[in-house]
Design a protein around this ligand. Structure first.
Ligand code: EPU
Length: 291
């Protein structure tokens, strides 16, 4: 299949090390467009070639099949998508900005309200697409507006009112997110730093940061914690192949010994079955599974 040379489309491109799980086969095609026109062209050509398109963020909430992904994987790695700036009381940031950088920027500008995101290893785009959240806050609450590219190739600016956010769900996932304007309040750098440290400590105390993983595997059922349900099934430490249920937080699966995607999927099925048998509740994955 031929692509225009300037698009620098790579063939059979390994994805494993682009995920925090360190699992997965290659992308049939992979590209990092340098700007919006290149991105549009990639989308248009994929449409013509009838290729599925996947957008890769920081790969932190993702399980990729060992067989790889048929189609085009796009990562918005270019500087154009990593801009970050203060706009009056708001922060405008590109979708490829890592949350850690976003928080440090806000701290440097004495803008508070983003600290709860500390320790989440994703990009702003990924966090917005799934309305990432923790400690009772969700990123959707911070959004003033978002600039997106539609499947039809049209650029749009969506105001907060035009976007739907729910638990780990956002209508922004229907688009390619390019940037967002986020609300923040004036604060003191010392106070912001204190908050960040508080959240990082809470994360260290409750979550498993030891082996490659993808964060929480299942969404929480209403008013319940998937981690505690899995724990109550006595599944901590259980493994299939190289995939282990964390001893520290039962909703974390760790890639301890070169786990295959099949190991993780089988372990997820086992968890679902046991939780369903014991509690009559169906767990739904929070992670994205490609393809
Ligand atoms: N618990 C157990 N056993 C476990 C894990 C948890 O008994 O193995 C208990 C805890 O003791 C606590 C309750 O379950 O009483 C809730 O646990 P935790 O505070 O760790 O929160 P969570 O509901 O498991 C959610 C999010 C996390 C987020 C934390 C903190 C989901 C699926 N998970 O976890 O998000 O960081 O709250 O706010 O919504 C993620 O999205 O990847 C993620 C990790």
């Amino acid at each position: 299949m031929n692509w225009p040379k300037e698009l620098k489309v790579r063939v059979n491109y390994p994805l494993k090390n682009k995920t925090t799980f360190r699992i997965g086969g290659p992308a049939q095609f992979f590209s990092e467009p340098k700007d919006i026109p290149e991105l549009k062209l990639l989308l248009e050509l994929s449409r013509k070639k009838k290729l599925p398109v996947y957008i890769l963020g920081a790969g932190s909430n993702l399980l990729i099949s060992d067989k790889g992904v048929r189609g085009l994987v796009i990562q918005l790695g270019a500087l154009r998508f990593k801009d970050i700036a203060r706009e009056n009381g708001f922060i405008r940031a590109g979708s490829a900005v890592l949350l850690g950088r976003l928080i440090r920027f806000a701290q440097g500008e004495s803008l508070q309200g983003l600290e709860f995101l500390a320790g989440i290893p994703g990009t702003l785009g990924g966090a917005l697409a799934m309305n990432a959240g923790c400690w009772g806050h969700n990123i959707g609450d911070l959004v003033k507006e978002a600039q997106v590219l539609g499947k039809d190739g049209r650029l749009r600016t969506l105001s907060a009112k035009q976007i739907r956010f729910a638990y780990r769900k956002s209508s922004l996932a229907d688009y390619i997110i390019l940037s967002a304007r986020l609300k923040a309040k004036k604060g003191s750098q010392a106070g912001i730093k204190k908050n960040i440290n508080k959240y990082l400590t809470a994360r260290r105390l409750t979550q498993d940061l030891t082996w490659p993983n993808a964060g929480c595997i299942f969404k929480n059922p209403r008013n319940k914690s998937a981690g505690s349900l899995i724990d109550l099934c006595g599944l901590k430490g259980r493994n299939i192949g190289g995939a282990f249920i964390s001893q520290r937080h039962a909703n974390f699966i760790l890639n301890k010994k070169k786990a295959s995607s099949g190991d993780v999927l089988r372990l997820m099925r086992l968890i679902k079955k046991q939780v369903s048998n014991k509690f009559n509740l169906i767990l739904h994955p929070e992670i994205k599974i490609w393809p």
